[in-house]
Design a protein around this ligand. Structure first.
Ligand code: TXA
Ligand code: MG
Length: 320
């Protein structure tokens, strides 16, 4: 783990250029990065995470001009890029013919998810490395995303050449993923940019992904499996009466008593603060001395959609 400074950035860029894995902060969560044009390096990401090969990766680039070198741009993608980049939005478009991007980032589809991150450390790394960086969240596949460098160290420390430490991630939930290859655009993953914001930018509703996509493999957004973000303890949602052996994840000013331990996502009832605390608090409550993680109801609007999405996945039945 190294704090972000000139030296650390130079070293991280050199590792990326040499085909090694580097973890770095973004405004959403920490990413596990590698040169997106290098097949061996991209394959190493899948291996380190234990990630199924049918789940494609987001490619991070420094600016829109770079994004347009790799993806076939259309009006919808253009509007979203103009209004939401740099920022927590991944835009799915068709790959450009003869794209230098590894085919592995697309996991067998002819599309690619592109994102220009807003985080200064991520930007500095992209510019220093001079190549597009494929980066999933820096956690083992199916586990909780890391919002601090220490989380990455605990889970993937042995697999990465360097972890750039930028402190806690501001947004705390992953980017919103939007498929712009169809009209209307499809919201594949709710995230740090709300559905309401997307709709305001596009001037029309975005579509939801078809239900059956969740269960199948090899479809348009194969990564969105129902069980994900899984702590070791079982997770119960909408709990308004916690039990004495519960680890309780609360929200808002009025918190029922009775749990063994309680952490409050936002005592003020602020969804932005709740999103930023979500993954770190899930990790902190995930201790074998409790019976389960019980979660208070969280409002569904705005960032609440992404928070509830992650909680539902954390609570979903897990494949054995
Ligand atoms: O906030 C974020 O997006 C973080 C930071 C590091 O940028 N990254 C991240 O990556 O969350 P990951 O791999 O954990 O999640 C990416 C999601 C997956 O659900 C994947 O299936 C979807 O984006 N995805 C990636 N490429 C896609 C594509 N070509 N078509 C459809 N979905 C895609
Ligand atoms: Mg992830």
């Amino acid at each position: 783990m190294q704090p972000i400074n000139k030296n650390a950035l130079r070293q991280a860029a050199a590792y990326v250029q040499a085909g090694k894995l580097v973890a770095f902060p973004t405004e959403t969560v920490y990413g596990l990065g590698a040169d997106a044009t290098n097949d061996t390096a991209v394959a190493a990401i899948f291996a380190a995470k234990g990630r199924p090969r049918f789940n494609p990766l987001i490619v991070h680039v420094a600016d829109s001009t770079k994004a347009q070198q790799y993806g076939r741009w259309n009006k919808t993608a253009q509007k979203l890029a103009e209004n939401c980049w740099p920022g927590p939005l991944a835009i799915v478009v068709r790959r450009k013919k003869d794209s230098p991007l590894s085919l592995l980032v697309s996991a067998g589809t002819d599309t690619v998810a592109l994102r220009v991150p807003g985080h200064a450390g991520a930007q500095a790394l992209l510019r220093a490395a001079g190549c597009p960086i494929a980066a999933p969240s820096a956690n083992r596949s199916g586990r909780i995303s890391p919002t601090r460098a220490e989380h990455v160290q605990e889970e993937l420390g042995g697999a990465v050449s360097l972890i750039l430490d930028g402190g806690a991630c501001q947004e705390g939930v992953e980017s919103t993923v939007v498929d712009c290859t169809q009209e209307p655009a499809v919201l594949l993953r709710p995230g740090a940019i709300s559905r309401e914001r997307l709709q305001a930018v596009l001037g029309r509703a975005v579509a939801d992904k078809p239900q059956q996509m969740e269960k199948s493999h090899g479809l348009a957004s194969p990564g969105l499996l129902s069980s994900h973000y899984a702590p070791s303890l079982p997770v119960a949602l909408h709990v308004t009466q916690p039990q004495h052996n519960d680890a309780y994840l609360a929200f808002g000013p009025k918190v029922p008593e009775g749990a063994a331990v309680t952490l409050n996502l936002s005592p003020a009832g602020d969804l932005k603060e709740a999103a930023a605390n979500l993954f770190a608090m899930l990790r902190a409550l995930d201790k074998p001395c409790y019976r389960r993680i019980a979660v208070m109801p969280i409002p569904p609007e705005g960032l609440g959609e992404a928070i509830n999405d992650r909680l539902q996945r954390a609570a979903a039945d897990r494949p054995s």
